[in-house]
Design a protein around this ligand. Sequence first.
Ligand SMILES: Cc1cc2nc3c(=O)[nH]c(=O)nc-3n(C[C@H](O)[C@H](O)[C@H](O)COP(=O)(O)OP(=O)(O)OC[C@H]3O[C@@H](n4cnc5c(N)ncnc54)[C@H](O)[C@@H]3O)c2cc1C
Length: 468
Amino acid sequence: MSSAALDLGHLEELAGQLSPGALVTDPDVVASYSFDKALFCPIGTARGLIRAQSVDDVVATMRFATAHRIPVVAQGTRTGLSGAANAVDGCLLLNVAKMNEIVSIDPVEQTCRVQPGVINLDLKNALAEHGLSYPPDPGSVAISTIGGNVATNAGGMCCVKYGVTKDYVRGMTVVLADGTVTRLGRSTAKGVAGLDLASLFVGSEGTLGVIVEVTLGLRAAMPPAITAVGIFGDTESAGHTVAEYMASGAAPSMLELIDGPSLKVINAYGDFGLPEDAGALLLVQSNAPGQAAVAELDAFEQVAGRNGSLEVHVSDDPADSELLVAARRAVGPALERHAHLIGGGELIDDVCIPRSRLGEFFTRLRTIDARYDVEILTAGHAGDGNMHPTVIFDARDEAMSAQAREAFAEIMQLGLDLGGTITGEHGVGFLKRDWLRRELDEGAALMHARIRAALDPLGILNPGKVFA
Ligand SMILES: Cc1cc2nc3c(=O)[nH]c(=O)nc-3n(C[C@H](O)[C@H](O)[C@H](O)COP(=O)(O)OP(=O)(O)OC[C@H]3O[C@@H](n4cnc5c(N)ncnc54)[C@H](O)[C@@H]3O)c2cc1C
């Protein structure tokens, strides 16, 4: 039977195989689950929403979808920034946010097993009671799920020292397109038996299978950090500082950049008291033991001075650190509010470039900014070379929207030109799918297509995303 011939009666057949109330067909509710946080990505009309409560619900959905050749879009809490969790026409939205149990915590092995809907911050809080930590900390830490974090290989602010999501995934259970349940990877500290299929699913954005449980490696609780702030006249000096500081062997636990225009927008959003006449600010933390942290931030001050910093402040007052980190976390909502005020247009880029080329990146970004009638505000994980230039514009104006898209595309091209990538952590989704092909060479593109076809021969898993 073709998906076109599928009627409500068949959906009732599916409902009978699911937990009570798991299938939702109310069009308003379904529509409200049909998009993530990315703007300017198509939002299709879904046939229904499954709020899965168990692996059995996921299996039943995938068997049904395979039998009727219906697209399935897996979802966590839809905080994604690439349109990857958006509905496609005729799909079933398979939302696993309710599968949110922390199954076990093993302090000896330093691992935990979690269902995909566990919120990252809830896991962090639960682990703290055992003296353990799970470092990856996307800006959406309080609202995004571990399943979504794994499916996008999420990063964050502490990744400069502690790595990204993939560095913590030891194994997982996935439900394949035909409903087969399989366990990938392992729970032990080491293991090289067979291909690393668990890693293949990290960052797969719902295109290879549905993640229904994850085994994460953990660390001992992270020590407290001390903080330094470097103020610069321009972004280039800040970029050169990052390159020289990292080349010195420093291991900061955070190294973030906020440009001057963003500082103003953050102050307008909340009263953070950031310096508004600065061209850029670097926020640095060290959690090295004892005096090593002080030495690490002293070294930062020296490098910043050599690169023309206007001021550097070091503080071991936790209240100062909290305020500064809160200001950095406020970039997202502050830019969203700013965009809203001028017409709602916001395209968040996510290029990652070699740190040694950050200075050049900012010089060339300025020339892009000068050529378009849009605002480009930049913040990001400078220690990783992962920058988020955000194009802000009046989305009600078609000409302006076209300019914004061009500027957005030029920034991705700049990332590639400098030896980087079009996305450091937000993923490809719909927003960047046409650009993925520019980044991959022939061989890699072919491998992507073959792997996808092998795991999803009917092409029902999140079609139209990632792969053009
Ligand atoms: C304010 C804000 C700040 C952010 N900061 C960061 C940041 O610092 N770093 C960063 O990396 N990202 C950041 N993001 C982006 C986003 O939060 C991450 O991509 C996050 O990992 C998405 O998780 P989610 O649960 O919302 O997933 P969703 O948005 O629901 O889904 C994302 C993708 O994963 C797939 N997926 C979800 N769950 C599963 C599953 N169980 N099995 C298979 N596929 C699945 C979906 O199909 C989709 O392709 C930010 C977003 C916001 C709104």
